[in-house]
Each structure stands twice: as C-alpha cells, then as structure tokens.
Design a protein around this ligand. Sequence first.
Ligand code: SIN
Ligand code: FE2
Length: 216
Amino acid sequence: MLDLFAEAEPWQEPLAPGAVILRRFALSRAVALFDGINAVAARSPFRHMVTPGGYTMSVAMTNCGRLGWTTDDRGYLYAPLDPITGNPWPAMPDAFQALCHDAAVVAGYADFTPDACLVNRYAVGAKLSLHQDKDEPDLRAPIVSVSLGLPAVFQFGGLRRNDPLKRLMLEHGDVVVWGGESRLYYHGIQPLKSGFHPQAQAFRYNLTFRQAAYSE
Ligand code: SIN
Ligand code: FE2
C-alpha cells in the first residue's frame, strides 16, 4: 500500500555538464549530519570572516578536515589551523565522509576524496554573492554541496560572471555536485528568507566538500 508519510526516494536533476542535483539524498542522514555540525562547532566555532576588501561576510563559517577555507586581509587561503583557536580544524565526522563519498559516486566522481569541508550557517538575510570556487589547486576534483535546514535559492551560471543564471530552490537534504566542465561555474545563494525548520530552527546549513591540496 502507498505510505503517504514515507520519505520520498531521492531523485536526480541534471544541472549543467558535469553537475547534478541529488534531491533529498542526505535526508535520511540529517540527524547524524546535525550531530556532526554541532561537534565541529563545539571545537571550532562559527565566525563571520572578513574578506580582503574589508567586508564582513553575512554567512557564519567553520571548517573540518585537514584543511579549512579562511579569509583575512591578505586573501583567501586553505590552512591547517583554525586561526581563532590556534588548533587544527576538527576531523571530518564519519557521517560527513560517508555521505560525501556516496553522493560523489552517484554523481560520477567515484575517486573524490575531500580534505576540506566548509560549514556555512545562514541566518535570515544571509547570502553568498556570485563567485567561483577557485582556491583549490586541483580542479579535477568536484565540489559536493549539502543543504540542510531552511530552503534557499541557489544561483548557478556559467564560466563568465554575466552568463545567464539558473535559480533553483535547494531544500533540506538536497546535494549538489559540480565538476568537470562546470567546476568553475559561477554560483551563489540569495538572501535567506525567514522560516522555521524543526531540526535547524531559523537557519540554513550547507556543507561543501573540497579537495584543497594537490594530489599526484
Ligand atoms: C558555497 O558556494 O560555498 C556554498 C553554497 C551553498 O551554501 O549552497
Ligand atoms: Fe562556492
């Protein structure tokens, strides 16, 4: 019999060459992922980084894994130490690694082994302006991006800033993977609308897994 209350099976939506949205792929693992976020944030707290141009980012960020993405007045860089605590970034929780691996396989990037995971937290009004993920030296590796909590509008364009944008709602449990031809495509997140999510309350969280060191 049809169970109207069962979780929908994940489904895939092609996004661009080399890019796919795995709808609800992380849904059944959300509890473990939130546990992981809390464990990471307990050791390396969320903070609002300041860009080289002096702009305080509206998104609160932390990292886990061997390397973490940071910004300061000198530029953007991946660093092994959390500049706030002076300690190495927390290890990537097992649930993070497992989810990233499984999503990468489904998306066709079976060899992907991330060494960095940027954890983003969006409160109402927080946004991420259109940008390329280009601080990673080895562009053969894809980006795996996991959305949790409140929904947000994701913009995905092309290689040039002025290329036309697709606008897609990313919801709790959605995973976007982009690599290959679309690895350097511009993307961003429009300002978060207020809402309430039973597991994330007033926030949207996003995990982006990257390979930040060059591998032979
Ligand atoms: C990012 O571009 O690093 C994050 C995108 C997102 O929050 O979905
Ligand atoms: Fe990005």
